[in-house]
Design a protein around this ligand. Structure first.
Ligand code: CA
Length: 237
């Protein structure tokens, strides 16, 4: 009866929401398309002002920020953003001078990529950036008998592989990255769905219920009125 959900998003490899601030339309579109193919939820802005507004309003998991932008340049966006948010920022710069690098690090950029760049390189840097800033030392996240591998996109329970739909995987990864914390429904909407994707928001309960069937009812706790929680795993296991 739930078979229809499998095809909703073909291959969401990561449960993360990204903002791209870039004024070259071709580059912006191709980046957005490539990141969505990788399973990211993606918002875009074509100038510094709009970008800063989005970046200050929404809790993105990472931001790709061009340096040369209309209205407000990338350095100014970064500088202002750092007053309120620590969102990881990957700067896209046209010049690979040491002056630019130093300036970016002083301003609070987390990483750099010099144009023109290889898409595979960008995706690798982005994954590394998100992993680093979310405090993950390895690609494996464990909670009790459940192990999730964010590189292989696999989940096992008591050593046996668990077959999850794309949505279930994304939801589980987000909850496990935040284990020990209460994850609110608002957080899930903000991180797992982009602005064009509202169809599945109200099915959160269904996905949680399916995960419980596959991983044990106790695995995900409902904090009534607050959200969901996966308990932090005991160190002894
Ligand atoms: Ca530019």
């Amino acid at each position: 009866m739930l078979g229809g959900y499998e095809s909703d998003r073909a291959d969401p490899r990561v449960a993360m929401r990204i903002l791209i601030i870039e004024d070259e339309p071709d580059l912006l579109n191709s980046l957005a398309m490539a990141l969505r193919d990788e399973g990211y939820a993606v918002d875009t802005a074509a100038n510094g002002e709009d970008g800063l507004f989005n970046a200050e309003t929404i809790a993105y998991d990472a931001i790709l920020l061009d340096v040369m932008l209309p209205k407000l340049d990338g350095w100014s966006v970064l500088q202002r953003l750092r007053k309120t948010r620590k969102t990881p920022v990957l700067m896209l710069t046209a010049r690979d001078t040491s002056v630019d690098r130093v300036r970016g690090l002083d301003t609070g950029a987390d990483d750099y990529l010099v144009k023109p760049f290889d898409l595979a390189e960008l995706l690798a840097r982005l994954r590394a950036l998100i992993r680093r800033t979310s405090g993950q030392a390895t690609t494996q996240i464990r909670s009790g008998a459940v192990i999730l591998d964010t590189a292989a996109r696999t989940v096992s329970h008591n050593g046996s592989p668990v077959d999850l739909t794309a949505r279930e995987y994304v939801l589980l990864e987000f909850l496990m990255v935040h284990q020990g914390e209460v994850v609110t429904r608002t957080m899930l909407y903000e991180h797992l769905f982009d602005e064009d994707d509202s169809t599945l928001s109200n099915l959160l309960d269904v996905h949680v219920s399916n995960l419980r069937k596959k991983l044990g009812h106790e695995f995900i706790t409902t904090r009534r009125g607050h959200g969901y929680c996966i308990e932090r795993s005991a160190k002894t296991t």
